[in-house]
Design a protein around this ligand. Structure first.
Ligand SMILES: Cc1cc2nc3c(=O)[nH]c(=O)nc-3n(C[C@H](O)[C@H](O)[C@H](O)COP(=O)(O)OP(=O)(O)OC[C@H]3O[C@@H](n4cnc5c(N)ncnc54)[C@H](O)[C@@H]3O)c2cc1C
Length: 465
């Protein structure tokens, strides 16, 4: 692809200020994030307002140069990869949080605001955004909208789509779509904000987001159970949903191989708690009183033992212990350090199918290649499993197809998904084309052509170039 015209670079500098158009050495100094090709474009433009974003988009449209929106660069499916001849549009300077009205329980934030910054601002009013994920320190609300992020509380509060009340986006021609609704109920015509949620930057640039907030519990408690089977783990989640005190906030499953790797890397162990169970379940309760929550966990463990006598359990007794337990689940980069660029999958499976699915996948992968051993973990309460293979770099093409066949072939018929919460990006376009209803694919392509006739918004993502 040809280089970005010097005339465009000069116009971009005039539009956002020369200091905010990084090239060459200045780009090399930036954090490339979770994909090594994020900054391959070599030009990063960082506007600070919706009107500056619109000016950048208009200039790129005039010159026929494509744009790759980026923010936290924590995306896991190559959605923010860029290449020479493109412009990276960083939203990180749009990080404003408007003053919150605790009565409304709503936040209006810039797309570049990180989840953690919003969580901290909301906490000052005893509120929370109701969505949480391990990349909270870098992932932004605009990025989370664009990937329709899920995370640990989705089984209870829904995914990003259910937390967004309104949004503003710059369309590919530089006009501004504005629907900053701040109420839950709004049935006034087509709810077009949903087009931008999960669009991964292919239909426009999200600039501001209205997020629904919930009351924050005054106390939390965490427990880790070791369990004999997937069925038992789902059963315990069911019991935890009926906890005698508080409410379930997270239920994360760690299959043994994942637990072993992370516990070893973090040098974590607990006297009397063996790591020989097939599955581990990390649970968090929220409520008014920590002692009551711990009591609820004691009752839950007793009930679990009555049904599954080989179960084991720990209830965190301090904030430090709670944090250590969560590191076991959240430090997923340990797998990628052991197997750089390992093939990874992010499936959603209806809960009733999970036990058979997990058994089928493990058996068929072993039959395909006994050296392929999956690390499985995930948001079991909503049926979202993450599966990472113990393989450095991508699999050879034929083997990759065989693995996808094992993982994906039944999901559509069951009502599941090949992409639970990470998106399609550039990595899962083949899986989408193979497993999605043809009428849906055709309708998506029509919407894309309608809004972005020049195909300048994040080309090569969601759709092939
Ligand atoms: C350790 C770790 C844990 C994670 N855990 C979870 C999890 O539990 N649940 C989950 O859902 N995800 C998870 N993720 C994935 C990731 O955090 C999410 O995809 C997140 O939503 C991406 O936000 P970002 O700001 O980093 O976006 P980027 O990575 O910068 O971009 C992601 C995509 O969104 C587009 N984009 C970004 N900003 C905008 C914008 N303002 N307008 C239009 N398009 C835009 C980009 O073009 C790209 O396609 C995890 C990632 C890591 C590294």
């Amino acid at each position: 692809m040809s280089a970005v015209p010097a005339e465009l670079i000069a116009a971009l500098r005039a539009a956002v200020g020369a200091a905010h158009v990084a090239t060459g050495e200045a780009v090399a100094l930036l954090d490339v994030g979770w994909n090594p090709h994020n900054l391959d474009a070599g030009i990063v433009v960082s506007p600070e307002s919706t009107s500056e974003v619109a000016a950048v988009v208009r200039l790129c449209a005039q010159h026929g140069v494509s744009l790759v929106p980026q923010a936290g660069r924590t995306g896991l499916v190559g959605g923010s990869m860029s290449k020479p001849g493109q412009i990276v549009l960083s939203l990180l300077r749009l990080n404003q949080i408007e003053p919150m009205d605790p009565t409304e329980r709503v936040a209006l934030v810039g797309a570049g605001c990180t989840l953690q910054a919003l969580q901290e601002a909301a906490a000052e009013h005893q509120l929370e955004p109701g969505i949480d994920l391990a990349a909270r320190g870098s992932a932004t609300l605009g990025g989370m909208v664009s990937t329709n992020a899920g995370g640990v509380m989705a089984f209870r509060n829904g995914v990003m789509r259910h937390r967004v009340l309104g949004l503003e986006a710059v369309l590919p021609d530089g006009t501004v779509f504005q629907d900053l609704t701040r109420v839950v109920k709004n049935s006034a015509g087509y709810d077009l904000k949903h087009l931008f949620i999960g669009a991964e930057g292919t239909l426009g640039v999200v600039t501001r987001v209205v997020v629904k907030l919930d009351p924050m519990p005054q106390a939390t408690a965490t427990a880790l159970f070791g369990l004999p089977t997937v069925e038992a783990t789902l059963d315990v989640i069911g019991m935890a949903l009926q906890a005698k005190a508080g409410h379930l906030r997270a239920a994360e499953a760690l299959w043994q191989r994942f637990m072993h790797l992370n516990a070893q890397a973090l040098q974590w162990s607990q006297e009397g708690f063996a790591l020989d169970q097939p599955l581990f379940l990390l649970l968090k309760l929220g409520g008014a009183d920590e002692a009551a929550l711990q009591g609820a966990f004691e009752d839950l463990f007793e009930a679990t033992l009555a049904r599954y006598p080989s179960s084991t359990g720990i209830i965190a007794s301090s904030q430090r212990q709670e944090t250590e337990l969560w590191h076991l689940r959240e430090d997923t980069d340990i797998v990628y350090r052991a197997f750089p660029a390992a093939p990874s999958y992010d499936v959603s499976v209806p809960l009733s199918r999970i036990p058979a699915y997990a058994a089928q996948v493990q058996a068929e992968l072993a039959a395909l290649d006994a050296s392929l051993q999956p690390f499985i973990f995930g948001h079991l309460a909503d049926g979202n499993l993450h599966i990472i293979l113990n393989h450095t770099g991508p699999l050879p093409a034929q083997r990759a197809q065989e693995v996808e066949h094992i993982l994906y072939r039944n999901l559509r018929a069951w009502g599941g998904s090949f992409s639970a919460e990470h998106g399609v990006g550039s990595k899962r376009i083949g899986a989408m084309n193979d497993t999605t209803d043809g009428v849906k694919l055709a309708a998506m392509a029509q919407v894309k052509r309608l809004l972005d006739p020049q195909a300048l918004m994040n080309p090569g993502k969601v759709f092939l170039d």
